[in-house]
Ligand binder design. Structure first.
Ligand SMILES: [Zn+2]
Length: 214
């Protein structure tokens, strides 16, 4: 099973990726992670990427594709993978297609976990972080004592900037604008699976599995 994973901020994409990864025994490949790893390992591509990033520039597509190609060639990818964080542009989608064709892979699916904007705003706006231990809770998990369920600190909760309404709306807008062309690209090829990301983690996962295994 070879999946590309898409999801707006706040829809629980990371959680679903983990569940799918363990269910199908395929790796969850976050392009941010493999880029950092390549830099750390000082591979040839990693060194090039590091040089470009140190100047404050974005890593070019050909280097990213090279790093992805290297990751795909590892044995744990033989039965599939979940690629997360790439492609972000239509041009990257075209480049990824070239790589997949080269590797004789033609069964890719794009999972788009979507959610109603108002619901996402509400959900994130209901989150509180503990400034002592860093754990994040939803308001419903915090009882009247206002003590952190994790580290027992008292009155340690705050609303992170990332969870403030105006910031969330901005992130959602950026996400929509940047991902729309990519979605359209895969839609034309009939490769998009749409999932409603609201509802519990279990419900979303059940729905996803139903579609993926039918
Ligand atoms: Zn805490």
């Amino acid at each position: 099973m070879r999946l590309l994973l898409f999801g707006a901020p706040g829809v629980g994409k990371g959680t679903q990726a983990k569940l799918l990864s363990s269910k199908f025994n395929i790796p969850h490949i976050s392009t941010g992670d493999i880029l950092r790893q390549a830099v750390k390992d000082e591979t040839e591509l990693g060194k090039k990427a590091q040089e470009i990033m140190s100047k404050g520039d974005l890593v070019p597509d050909d280097i990213m594709i090279g790093i992805i190609k290297y990751r795909f060639s590892k044995s744990d990818c033989k039965d599939g993978f979940i690629l997360d964080g790439f492609p972000r542009t239509e041009k990257q989608a075209v480049e990824l297609d070239k790589l997949l064709t080269e590797m004789n892979i033609n069964d890719i699916k794009l999972i788009n976990i979507s959610a109603d904007e108002e619901e996402v705003v509400k959900r994130l706006n209901n989150r509180r972080a503990c400034k002592v231990c860093g754990h994040i809770f939803s308001l419903s998990e915090i009882d009247k004592s206002n003590n952190c369920p994790n580290c027992k600190a008292s009155d340690s909760f705050y609303l992170r900037d990332d969870d403030k309404e105006e910031v969330i709306r901005k992130r959602l807008e950026v996400f929509r604008k940047t991902t729309e062309p990519v979605l359209n690209y895969y839609e034309k090829q009939g490769k998009v699976i749409y999932i409603n990301g609201l509802g519990s983690v279990e419900d979303v996962n059940t729905e996803l599995l139903k579609i993926l295994t039918h």
